[in-house]
Design a protein around this ligand. Structure first.
Ligand SMILES: Cc1cc2nc3c(=O)[nH]c(=O)nc-3n(C[C@H](O)[C@H](O)[C@H](O)COP(=O)(O)O)c2cc1C
Length: 298
């Protein structure tokens, strides 16, 4: 991974939020500001729903298939007129230029027949802390007023909550629900799609029962000092994220089928200024895999 990408990921870890910590282990996911969408009523298996997504390197496409199958939805993959470059560095340069100029990239198929649908599952990779730029093109070309919009994303380290919040701001007349997110590392790992399927099932259950973000955080113990075992879990889960310069300060945990950890950390990405962030980690039951970094988020 290039230095600049890592830097952008680190920035996103500072500013963006993310993820599906709880859902990955049968916990709750929810939205923070608006009332939970009555998704059970508007997107049952038989409802008219569509999965709209963009994917550069395939992670979000995998997740889109999970949503499509879970809800028997139609599929609408956004296609760029001019594909993104094949290297990270040039992709970063191009996406940064788009963001700075707010010139969103042309799509072959920007216009969707939205009238056919009451629910839009909207999928994207996180880029620069929020949804990738073709999503702006799609939003500008379509009126999602009155639709239920269910965001889902893949990311390096985070961006779920930040992207969903931006979506809510841009689409005030849509019912934007809480979002599902998973890191590219987890979905691309062996068994990753199966794991995503389980999490997405939990995600839908959470939508149906109207859980909130606050409810998700219930069940964690108070923050406490790290034990040697906590430190070992943290080191194992974050070994590929050295560029974030994470230093765990305290931890809380939650017993599930395995253990959830919420580490409060100091982060100094590339020796930059120290900020405080939360790192969510899941440790499976013994013999069921290594501790996983779920998300870095504020
Ligand atoms: C230009 C660019 C910017 C990115 N920015 C972020 C970011 O800010 N935060 C993050 O967690 N991941 C970031 N990523 C990682 C992607 O979100 C991640 O690789 C995603 O799973 C790619 O999805 P795709 O395979 O569907 O294209 C970025 C990737 C690229 C290429």
């Amino acid at each position: 991974m290039s230095r600049s990408l890592k830097f952008s990921l680190a920035l996103s870890a500072v500013f963006a939020a993310s993820a599906m910590f709880s859902a990955c282990n049968k916990q709750e996911v929810a939205q923070s500001k608006t009332q939970p969408a009555p998704i059970a009523e508007v997107a049952p298996q038989q409802s008219k729903s569509v999965v709209v997504y963009f994917s550069q390197t395939g992670a979000t496409k995998k997740l889109a298939q999970v949503f499509k199958e879970a809800r028997n939805a139609d599929e609408f993959e956004l296609q760029l007129v001019k594909p993104l470059p094949s290297t990270y560095d040039s992709t970063i340069a191009e996406v940064r230029a788009e963001r700075e100029s707010k010139q969103w990239p042309a799509l072959v198929n920007a216009k969707l027949d939205v009238d056919k649908y009451d629910t839009v599952f909207l999928g994207y990779p996180i880029m620069f802390g929020t949804f990738t730029t073709p999503i702006y093109t799609f939003l500008e070309a379509n009126d999602l007023s009155g639709k239920v919009v269910v965001p889902f994303c893949t990311y390096g380290s985070g961006g779920r909550k930040a992207s969903a919040n931006e979506l809510k701001t841009l689409e005030p007349n849509a019912n934007v629900t809480l979002a599902y997110g998973i890191s590219n590392k987890r979905i691309n790992a062996e068994g990753g799609v199966e794991k995503a399927k389980e999490e997405v099932a939990t995600f839908f259950a959470n939508l149906e029962t109207g859980k909130t973000e606050e409810m998700l955080m219930g069940g964690f113990s108070e923050q406490r000092s790290l034990t040697a075992e906590d430190s070992a879990v943290f080191a194992a889960a974050t070994k590929d994220y050295a560029y974030l310069g994470l230093k765990p300060l305290s931890v809380s945990s939650q017993v599930v089928a395995g253990m959830n950890y919420l580490f409060v950390c100091e982060m100094k990405a590339f020796g930059g200024p120290a900020t405080q962030t939360n790192v969510k980690i899941f440790k499976p039951l013994p013999g069921r895999g290594e501790p996983e970094m779920i998300v870095v988020e504020k």
